[in-house]
Design a protein around this ligand. Structure first.
Ligand SMILES: [Cu+2]
Length: 250
């Protein structure tokens, strides 16, 4: 009797709320999602759910390389380079070797050899209803003192993989992948209206206004957003393992 009322009054509503919450709110994120300039930061990619009931077998993460990225400042396209806002982007990201979830991992590099992302996969899986986290470190980013940037937000592309498919079968295979990818016209845009469509993982560098005050002419300052190009996502999302592409299936 007691057990039954526990199940009816507590467990069932809690589970239902959990499922609703999971569907409504929990998306893969970077924590902390915001770091101040000038400081090294330990971060995690936090995977918050599987592909419906499928466990996550791997993940692929790509930061905008800042070379052919799209830059928007207070909503206005910015034609200049990223160094107008961040002086030292490129090579600030490094992963920690950690096999507590997945057995394999490695970095991804941009055309200049800088680490621009990472992947992890194989070995164990992350059960669909619990969280998993992949540790990485971000070296101190420096906001250009002459700029009006108050914050620079990077739209990071991440894919939590549950079934290995070809690129063509990615969107049509049920529960194959969860995308957290800016929809910039790459092959990894996902499906409009789908779960977290055009909902990238945001990672923000904030200006240290005490040591790096805004120039007076800046007024309230700029919020800068950086998105990767479609070409970069197409190039950097696939997972290369021992010299061969393992995801998507070639
Ligand atoms: Cu979600």
């Amino acid at each position: 009797m007691l057990l039954r009322s526990f199940i009816q009054n507590f467990l069932v509503p809690t589970l239902l709320a959990g499922i609703l919450l999971q569907n409504a709110n929990a998306h893969t994120v970077i924590q902390p999602s915001e770091i101040p300039e000038g400081t090294r930061s330990d971060n995690y990619l936090v995977i918050t759910h599987g592909c419906t009931n499928e466990p996550v077998i791997g993940t692929s993460v790509v930061f905008p390389d800042g070379l052919d990225s799209t830059i928007v400042a207070n909503g206005n396209p910015h034609a200049g380079p990223l160094s107008d806002f961040i002086q030292n982007w490129g090579g600030l990201i490094q992963i920690y070797q950690d096999h507590s979830i997945f057995s394999e991992q490695d970095v991804k590099r941009d055309t200049r050899g800088n680490v621009v992302g990472f992947w992890a996969g194989g070995g164990r899986t992350i059960a669909s209803h619990i969280f998993g986290r992949i540790p990485f470190v971000t070296s101190a980013a420096l906001i250009n003192p002459e700029s009006c940037a108050k914050s620079v937000r990077f739209a990071v592309a991440a894919a939590d993989i549950c079934k290995i498919t070809t690129i063509n079968d990615l969107n049509t295979t049920e529960n194959a992948v969860s995308f957290w990818i800016p929809a910039v016209g790459s092959k990894y845009d996902g499906t409009p209206g789908g779960h977290a469509f055009d909902f990238p993982v945001y990672f923000t560098i904030t200006r240290d206004l005490a040591t790096n005050p805004l120039p007076e002419s800046c007024g309230a300052g700029l919020q800068v957003t950086v998105r990767p190009s479609a070409a970069q996502i197409d190039r950097d999302m696939p997972i290369q393992f021992n010299g061969a592409q393992v995801w998507p299936q070639p």
